[in-house]
Design a protein around this ligand. Structure first.
Ligand code: MG
Length: 159
């Protein structure tokens, strides 16, 4: 568990992964949203409260032209969910290549949705060198180094 200097720890690990990427593919990073970039939205006062260290990492990637993909289990079939999530990411000022929401008709489980979406990204000549989230399905297959985010960013763990 890492609880101090979270941002610096992530950057250091990311730079190491980047240097050792020998896939020949375009390196990229995958982020979850809820409990990852912003606080889990269970208490009204936490609405859109940024998890600073993780957002800062996204800004670092933006400024270094490392592509970001956003893969969230928010429901694709809820009206306006996609647009509202796009607007949220605009407010966070995070640039990304593509936003994916969970289409339950296409993927039966969140585990399938997350891992097969990462596979999809890798099939487009990207290499996911890191994936960040607050659930075990946010990393793993096609996910490179996982970063598990605990308690709205209080702790992280490399997986
Ligand atoms: Mg989450």
């Amino acid at each position: 568990m890492i609880k101090d200097n979270i941002y610096n720890n992530i950057i250091h690990r990311f730079d190491t992964e980047l240097m050792t990427n020998v896939s020949g593919k375009n390196p990229c990073v995958v982020f979850d949203i809820d409990g990852t970039l912003i606080y889990e939205n269970d208490i009204e006062t936490y609405k859109e409260k940024l998890i600073i260290d993780i957002c800062k990492f996204a800004y670092y990637l933006n400024s270094n032209n490392i592509p970001i993909f956003i893969v969230t289990a928010r429901d694709m079939n809820v009206p306006n969910n996609y647009e509202d999530t796009e607007k949220l990411l605009d407010r966070l000022n995070i640039n990304y290549m593509k936003l994916y929401l969970w289409d339950i008709e296409e993927y039966k489980t969140v585990v399938d949705f997350k891992s097969l979406t990462r596979k999809n990204i890798e099939d487009k000549n990207y290499k996911v060198i890191m994936s960040l989230g607050d659930n075990y399905w946010d990393y793993g297959d096609y996910g490179g180094t996982g970063i598990h985010i605990f308690e709205n960013g209080k702790f992280i763990q490399f997986v």
